[in-house]
Write a protein that binds this ligand. Structure first.
Ligand SMILES: Cc1cc2nc3c(=O)[nH]c(=O)nc-3n(C[C@H](O)[C@H](O)[C@H](O)COP(=O)(O)O)c2cc1C
Length: 192
């Protein structure tokens, strides 16, 4: 039996009172129903050293870094800000080391009418530069605040749950396949 896929979920928003928490909670529930994944969560808000930080406060960050470096696959849960993705997510991708290389990346997005899809398309362009492999299927919540109730439950979960199932099947396939590929042949970063 193959090892489980080490899946790292990354929060796209670092805003106080962010809606992201609800979407992440739903995504975690969906992932927990499958046995293929070993899930960990990484919050960019906690990844940057704060001025005057107490000694030892870096331990959680250290653990998150280990998870990012050992990941087999990534899932980014992102909102859309001004037709793009959040600046904090860009800073995270640019500055925090992660094993994007030859690993699949999936997306769950949310926002207004576009459901965050413009943010996702821009992320695809950035992640290919990191040698990440973005998967086709994604989940998007248009007018997300109307889709979740006060308790954070989806009012009509059927469509989103089914889209998430497709996404997870693809993430698992790519993660297993690329892991086997990396074991057989060293991934080379050819520049040019
Ligand atoms: C600065 C800012 C810009 C936004 N721009 C867009 C936008 O271009 N398209 C969209 O669909 N929603 C936009 N929104 C709405 C957000 O998608 C929505 O508020 C979402 O809940 C934000 O996610 P968060 O609360 O997890 O940070 C914007 C929100 C903010 C705060």
């Amino acid at each position: 039996m193959q090892d489980r896929v080490r899946l790292v979920l990354i929060y796209g928003s670092v805003r106080e009172g962010r809606f992201c928490d609800r979407v992440v909670a739903w995504a975690c529930e969906q992932i927990a129903q499958r046995s293929e994944f070993e899930l960990s969560l990484v919050d960019p808000a906690a990844m940057f050293r704060q001025p005057g930080e107490a000694p030892g406060a870096g331990e959680a960050r250290h653990q998150a870094l280990q998870q990012l470096l050992r990941a087999d696959a990534f899932l980014i849960v992102t909102p859309e800000y001004n037709h793009g993705y959040p600046a904090a997510l860009k800073q995270f991708i640019d500055e925090v080391p992660a094993s994007w290389e030859a690993r699949p990346v999936g997306f769950v997005s949310y926002g207004g009418v576009s459901g965050g899809l413009r943010a996702v398309e821009q992320l695809r362009q950035v992640l290919v530069e990191m040698h990440g492999m973005t998967v086709r299927s994604s989940v998007s919540f248009a007018n997300a605040w109307e889709q979740f109730d006060e308790r954070g439950r989806l009012r009509e979960p059927r469509h989103a749950n089914s889209a998430m199932a497709h996404l997870l099947v693809q993430l698992n396939w790519w993660a297993q396949t690329l892991r086997a590929g990396r074991e057989r042949v060293v991934y080379e970063r050819v520049r040019g």
